[in-house]
Design a binder for this molecule. Structure first.
Ligand code: NAP
Length: 317
């Protein structure tokens, strides 16, 4: 039997967990093995992970029993929930609570909870600079539910690292946020970020950073670790797009209210998120440092490097 430390990875078929599974499997002498958790062990993504050498095990965040079973015999757990599948902070909180309880039952030695700030600690619900959402309970529902859930891990006295992530640059590929051709035929990157900086990262680097945290043993247990690949203004990103694509890309700062009103599911949540990034730029970018992130993930990609590798995937129409 292998004496490697087993890390159970939630969201293994997704961006964050997938990055961690690949980081574990690519480091043959690292002393860790990956248990990839998924609801469907027969999906193409699950099969691809098995082929790469991961142990693929069924688990469902909505089934506490399945989590307890899946965490048995593990050294570590990487925990992430997917707000965008249900748009419910209540559900996200229930899932986080189940994860924390299951980790406690299994006696895991280190759990990383992929979380974000509870924006209500910065913008109280009574602050009318942005609408209050989610039945009058949240400002940025997909941040607040995660941040509020931090307490479930501390309540269980778990050896936890809170991993505060950043905006995925991959949203420019998969979320339609990249530059688009305007009526004048020019490419414009349109974001509600004004002149302030946005902390961003290649999604794959989140998993790689989580791996760095596990490898550091006890150093980050009981701590909050915030990561970024680069803190950049919209104009800086537009200039990088221009260089990468070999065409002019202008930056267009959309007002927050206009973005909130775009009508796609979650537009109000994301509009509030961008306003939070904007209004608390000093805090948000201040706690997210490229140098620190490189210290736990030496392969960390800059925006320019990420763009160079991914520009052909970005839909421009
Ligand atoms: N986009 C951004 O810029 C950004 C930035 C920071 C944080 N985030 C946060 O990242 C989270 C999503 O992570 P991601 O992007 O890595 O996910 P993703 O690529 O969208 O994939 C979703 C993953 O969640 C798993 N999952 C969903 N529901 C599950 C359930 N009930 N039981 C077990 N597994 C479940 C899926 O596994 P199976 O389908 O295989 O079961 C899949 O692996 C969101 O909560 C979001 O708020 C996003």
């Amino acid at each position: 039997m292998s004496d490697k430390k087993v890390i159970a990875v939630l969201g293994a078929t997704g961006a964050q967990g997938g990055g961690l599974v690949r980081a574990i499997l690519n480091d043959k002498s690292g002393g860790f093995s990956a248990r990839a958790l998924t609801r469907d062990v027969n999906s193409d993504k699950a099969k691809a992970l098995a082929e790469m050498g991961a142990e693929v095990v069924a688990a469902d965040l909505d089934n506490a029993e399945s989590l307890s079973k899946a965490f048995q015999g593990t050294y570590g757990v990487f925990a992430v929930t997917n707000f965008w599948e249900h748009y419910s902070p209540e559900k996200e909180k229930a899932q986080a609570k189940s994860i924390a309880k299951a980790a406690k039952n299994a006696g895991v030695k280190h759990i990383i909870w992929s979380t974000l700030e509870d924006t209500r600690n910065f913008i109280p619900l009574t602050d009318n600079r942005m609408p209050t959402l989610g039945d009058g309970k949240y400002k940025v529902p997909h941040f607040d539910g995660k941040g509020e859930s931090n307490k479930y891990f501390t309540e269980q006295n778990l050896p936890v690292t809170f991993l505060n992530t950043s905006f995925y640059w991959d949203n420019f590929i998969y979320f339609g946020m990249g530059p688009k051709k305007g009526p004048d035929g020019k490419l414009a990157l349109s974001l509600p970020s004004g002149e302030r900086k946005l902390a961003g990262i290649a999604a794959e680097d989140i998993g790689k950073s989580a791996y760095g945290i596990f490898k550091n043993g006890s150093e980050f247990i009981g701590k909050t670790v915030a990561i970024t690949g680069g803190n950049l203004t919209g104009k800086m990103m537009a200039d990088s797009f221009g260089k990468a694509l070999g065409k002019e890309v202008v930056f267009n700062a959309i007002p927050f209210d206009v973005y909130r009103g775009l009508g796609f599911p979650g537009a109000d949540d994301l509009g509030n998120m961008f306003q939070f990034y904007h209004d608390f730029e000093d805090y948000f970018c201040g706690v997210r440092s490229v140098d620190f992130t490189k210290s736990i993930n030496p392969e960390l990609k800059s925006f320019d490097k990420w763009l160079d590798e991914n520009k052909s995937k970005i839909p421009l129409d």
